[in-house]
Ligand binder design. Structure first.
Ligand code: MV4
Length: 449
């Protein structure tokens, strides 16, 4: 039985997890860096342990200190949140060896899905539809050239250990393959210490559609519908919504069942996400699996009524899923905006500093997930997300109206934010009409046609 959870994270997600635990009658232990002595998560948890200096590698990424804090505090489980150690197979292995319940999948699943080439092969073997591409590990340019011709151009070279855009290059035709392969491989060697690559046909202007799944320790798995996360820049999502306005009931069911098939093929346990690219002919392809709770999970919570953090804890506690697929209903429409301390006019440069004034909206159908308060000092060491503003209404149109109204109420002074930029997107004609894909923001900024 899980009685005490250590939260190995900070910011709004740490606060989100503390709240879920408290509602379940579970004690909480926060960990904090020297920069987060006054942070909300440090103050809200039942107890808090300082795990080191501000720099993440010395604190939130320091496995030994986090394991020590867990043992010393008598916590029996760790919730990793997202980022930091959440998808670190070595850390999860350490938890397993120390008899600490990791609230998430096994270290083996994380390792397997973290290797994108291996994940791809696992899905091919299970009959999941993947993007046309290579099954073998590619390390030589000459072999890449041969394979690219078979796949047909344009192609994309990806690092096996990549994800999130690192070690990835597009080649429009054969004249670009040598340069694309060499730069992607060099980047992969630098970032991951491994130059193993794979190739895929490059899908032009797709939508990013991801399916939330829940899987328990007894082989049960369900899908909780999808999120459209196409509104992003530099692989940082800015706005997410559920459901996606372009999926028919039929396509949703087909992709959802494919996502469950993928989760089962991975022997997945916990909350997870299957990412698909959806092209203009409504063809979908498995891209990657995310083995963590995601930033945008609240939109799924709102359209399904299911608390994903509590479900993660129940699953880690070896309880069976309390829902069957036919119990899952999608109701209304939810949109999330990520409010960041950044300056859109300076290429979205992060803007740490003291927040001198905060007013965040509320009311029916408005949710704020945040660790912000008056006088909070945004440290320069971590990512710049200040708050998530989530709205829910009957239809997409009403949800957009509600988001527009809520964004208009936000007051954050002392640091630059992207609030006005988010307002511009929410009121953009193409966004409203649903003409969106992964290049929406680049087009808005005049960087791509
Ligand atoms: C792709 C692709 C087009 N075709 N693969 C981006 C990060 C990594 N998760 C994989 N990515 C992509 N893979 C093929 N075969 C386009 C992207 C991509 C992307 C995907 C989802 C959301 C935003 C993106 C931004 C740029 C590129």
């Amino acid at each position: 039985m899980i009685n005490k959870v250590l939260i190995a994270n900070r910011g709004e997600i740490a606060v989100r997890i503390i709240r879920a635990c408290r509602e379940m009658g579970i004690e909480t232990v926060a960990v904090y860096s020297e920069a987060d002595k006054e942070a909300l998560h440090t103050q809200l948890a039942d107890s808090a342990v300082c795990i080191g200096p501000a720099v993440s590698t010395d604190s939130y990424l320091n496995m030994e200190r986090i394991i020590s804090a867990t043992i010393a505090s008598g916590a029996d489980a760790i919730h990793p949140g997202f980022g930091f150690l959440s998808e670190n197979a070595k850390f999860v292995k350490l938890c397993e060896q120390c008899n600490i319940t990791f609230i998430g999948p096994s270290s083996e699943v994380i390792r397997k899905m973290g290797n994108k080439a291996e994940a791809r092969s696992t899905m091919v073997a299970a009959g999941v539809r993947v993007i046309p591409g290579t099954e073998e590990a590619v390390t030589e340019l000459e072999r890449a050239k041969e394979l690219a011709r078979e796949i047909t151009y344009p192609i994309i070279v990806k690092a096996a250990l990549g994800g999130g855009g690192k070690g990835m290059r597009v080649a429009k035709d054969e004249s670009e393959i040598a340069n694309a392969f060499r730069t992607a491989q060099k980047e992969a060697e630098m970032a991951f210490g491994d130059g193993t690559m794979y190739l895929e046909h490059f899908i032009q202007n797709p939508r990013h559609i991801e399916f939330q799944i829940l899987a328990d320790s007894y082989g049960n798995a369900v899908y909780l519908g999808e999120r459209d996360c196409s509104i992003q820049r530099n692989h940082q999502k800015m706005i997410e919504e559920a459901p996606s306005m372009i999926l028919s009931e039929e396509l949703r069911k087909q992709m959802g069942e494919e996502a469950v098939k993928a989760a089962k093929a991975a022997k997945y346990e916990s909350a997870g996400t299957i990412e698909f690219l959806l092209d203009h002919d409504e063809q979908y392809y498995f891209m990657e699996m995310n083995t963590r709770i995601q930033v945008e999970h609240p939109v799924t919570e709102w359209v399904t009524g299911i608390d994903l953090i509590k479900e993660q804890i129940r699953i880690a506690d070896k309880r069976p899923l309390s829902y069957k697929q036919e119990d899952i209903r999608i109701t209304g429409h939810a949109i999330e905006c990520r409010i960041n301390a950044e300056d859109p006019s300076k290429n979205f440069r992060p803007c740490p500093g003291v927040v001198t004034e905060v007013y965040l909206p509320g009311g029916k159908g408005v949710r704020i997930d945040s660790a912000l308060y008056n006088g909070y000092e945004v440290p320069p060491y971590y990512d710049s997300m200040l708050a998530k503003l989530i709205v829910h209404a009957k239809s997409r149109k009403e949800a957009i109206q509600k988001m527009k109204s809520a964004l208009g109420e936000v007051i954050i002074e002392g640091v630059h934010t992207n609030v006005d930029y988010l307002y511009d997107i929410i009121t953009n004609k193409d966004f409203i009409e649903g003409n969106i894909d992964i290049n929406f923001i680049d087009r808005l900024r005049g960087e791509v046609v």
